[in-house]
Design a protein around this ligand. Structure first.
Ligand code: BGC
Length: 636
């Protein structure tokens, strides 16, 4: 159907009726636009079920059978906790579900996950066209919400390795753990480029350097989406996020009153778009990416979900992206008073699938109204659904007999060994007076202190078990850094531990003190912080250790460079360990010289907050004033 644009006042007038019908409909539980009862007959010999047909043919065939309701259902991505009843999957023909961060089955085990997702798939399989669900998870550093999963270093640590082969292996192992739980879609890799360490999402990104982000982003994508030639490999649909300019929002521009920079305004700069922000996306698209998540940031004067130029003209046409565009969380509605118009505008701007954390029924109703009123054309809906189906076919969802048992390799010894290796390669040695590191085998007495020394929760950071992370060591199969150290030293060496470094020295200092300090876990805007520094307890632990040990090595476990201008001179040695994940032993491997320090900084380490953001446009920024430059790292 061709859409002729109606004048705005008339549209407004009509939409008031729509809203009125909606309210009445909701009260009386009637959908005025419902096109009748669901059909339940399977189409015999349908081309779309034939795996030998080209994907384009299968998509066109399937689309040709679909009703409006079935198409709209494909455009909905529903948070599983908001599902009123499982049967709604069939009733609303839902195309995709997700476990938002921290959203787990009642029993948080592989079995629990498998059972939950399988039963959702069974609902989808009972619909007329048998279109399988996409099930999305935030496996951003391993499938880390699952108890017992292997938790890899967060992306910033992988950035420090500068090693695409390793990153690909990490993503492959993550994909195996995802598939083992029945999920088939991951909201990763993250291609953000953080220019400001005050942002609470720095650690989710590989680097602020577009070239490194491109290299590692492509490697990660290839790890998740095993190429067809490698027949035995798993295929988990990857998502490039967040499109676009995330990491360059201005301080105190957030539209969320709880945040300072997250969900803020990115200056709309066409030159930077092309030189920095787009290349990682275009390279990953060329490498086969089939879903892109739109950021919660504002570009210039409008939210990203409304940017038709960026979503449709640039991403879909110019970059020839064949997959689908998915909105982030409540992004389509955030800050919008009229949610009907919010849906219309976002879909017309280019959003193909809408993430619906709370209410899918209103979305499906609004989509139907919008289409019947000519506000969203049939062509636009077909295009969106065609893209989603394309990705589903490419991911092999229609052709798998058993997606769950394809891989059950969760938390195997080989995954843990890989994670341990990734930790070792991610460590960056920033200072090493008198070559204290690696710690020599003849050292007899070591004292350990600090908030991150014996706390797996801190070392995993957020997006682990819970959205905002956890505290403590109650994590199946994980090893704290302290435990790694204890396992590494020989019998003749004593390791003492006290959180705050309160040791009775009896007049005799330890040979070496190791302060393992850092940040409490945080996610998204909850981690926005004007002065990211070490907290008072950790500073005290360092001081106490310095008084009771000959020399003190400081290991910072954090999601970003911290401001340590006032303390750094007193550290004999300094290591950035980022957020290493479940394998604390990887830190010990390098501290004691079993492996070498090879990591280098994936982003500059500033001296003061006033230097931020680190962009050429900031007059306060001067490269020579960084505490440590991007690329810095001593080898040992
Ligand atoms: C985040 C995304 C994430 C999504 C689903 C949002 O709050 O911005 O990165 O993928 O939630 O959990």
């Amino acid at each position: 159907m061709k859409v002729t644009r109606l004048p705005r006042p008339l549209l407004f007038f009509l939409s008031s009726f729509v809203v009125l019908f909606g309210v009445l409909g909701t009260i009386l539980s009637i959908d005025f636009f419902d096109s009748g009862p669901r059909m339940s007959k399977l189409i015999p010999n349908a081309l779309y079920l034939d795996a030998t047909q080209p994907i384009e043919v299968r998509v066109a065939d399937l689309l040709s059978y679909m009703t409006l309701e079935e198409k709209i259902g494909q455009m909905a991505l529903v948070e599983k906790n908001s599902l009123e009843q499982e049967s709604d999957i069939g009733k609303y023909y839902l195309g995709a579900l997700l476990s938002g961060a921290g959203s787990k089955p009642e029993e948080n085990t592989i079995e629990g996950w498998k059972e939950m997702i399988s039963s959702f798939q069974v609902e989808a399989a009972q619909t007329r066209l048998h279109i399988p669900l996409l099930y999305g998870v935030d496996a951003i550093h391993g499938h880390a919400h699952v108890s017992g999963a292997t938790v890899f270093p967060h992306a910033i640590g992988l950035g420090a390795t500068h090693n695409p082969e390793l990153v690909k292996k990490v993503a492959r192992a993550t994909a195996e753990e995802i598939v083992a739980t029945g999920a088939n879609w991951s909201f990763s890799p993250n291609l953000d480029q953080p220019k400001d360490i005050r942002w609470g999402r720095v650690y989710e990104a590989f680097s602020d350097d577009p070239a490194l982000v491109s290299r590692l982003g492509v490697a990660y994508l290839q790890g998740l989406q095993t190429p067809a030639e490698e027949k035995s490999g798993v295929f988990v649909l990857a998502t490039l996020k967040h499109y676009i300019g995330l990491g360059s929002m201005g301080w105190d521009t957030s539209l969320n009153k709880n945040f300072r920079i997250d969900q803020g305004v990115t200056v709309s700069n066409e030159a930077l778009l092309r030189s920095d922000y787009l290349p990682p996306f275009s390279e990953a698209i060329e490498a086969g990416a089939l879903s892109v998540m739109v950021g919660l940031n504002v570009w210039g004067d409008k939210g990203m979900v409304l940017q038709k130029y960026l979503l449709t003209d640039v991403l879909k046409h110019e970059l020839e992206f064949k997959g689908f565009v998915v909105s982030d969380w409540y992004g389509v509605y955030e800050g919008r008073r009229n949610i009907f118009w919010a849906t219309v505008s976002a879909v017309n701007a280019g959003v193909d699938m809408v993430m619906l954390p709370f209410d899918y029924k209103t979305f499906t109703r609004h989509m139907k109204w919008a289409n019947r009123l000519g506000l969203i054309s049939d062509e636009r809906i077909d295009e969106a659904v065609g893209r989603i189906l394309y990705a589903k076919f490419a991911a092999g969802l229609f052709d798998k007999t058993d997606t769950v048992s394809a891989a059950t390799n969760i938390s195997s010894d080989s995954h843990r060994a890989l994670a341990r290796e990734a930790v070792a390669q991610s460590l960056v040695l920033l200072k090493n007076e008198d070559a204290i590191l690696p710690i020599k085998p003849n050292i007899r007495h070591i004292r350990v202190a600090g908030s991150a020394a014996d706390n797996v929760g801190r070392q995993m950071g957020a997006w682990s078990i819970e959205w905002q992370g956890i505290e403590g060591n109650e994590v199946v199969g994980a090893t704290s850094i302290l435990k790694g150290i204890e396992a590494e030293v020989g019998e003749g060496t004593t390791v003492e531990y006290n959180l705050l470094g309160n040791f009775l020295d009896n007049g005799r200092k330890a040979d070496i003190g190791i302060a393992i300090v850092g940040e409490k876990p945080y996610a998204e805007g909850w981690g926005d912080k004007e002065y990211p520094t070490l907290d008072a307890e950790d500073l005290l632990a360092i001081k106490n250790l310095q008084a009771t040990s000959e020399k003190v090595v400081v290991i910072i476990v954090s999601g970003r460079p911290l401001l340590i201008e006032n303390e750094v001179n007193s550290f004999a040695a300094l290591v950035a360990a980022w957020l290493p994940g479940s394998e604390g032993s990887g830190v010990a491997d390098v501290l004691f010289g079993r492996k070498q320090f090879t990591g280098t900084l994936p982003l500059p380490w500033p001296v003061r907050s006033e230097q931020l953001p680190i962009t050429p446009n900031n007059d306060n920024h001067n490269d020579s004033e960084m505490l440590f430059e991007r690329g810095f790292g001593l080898e040992k």
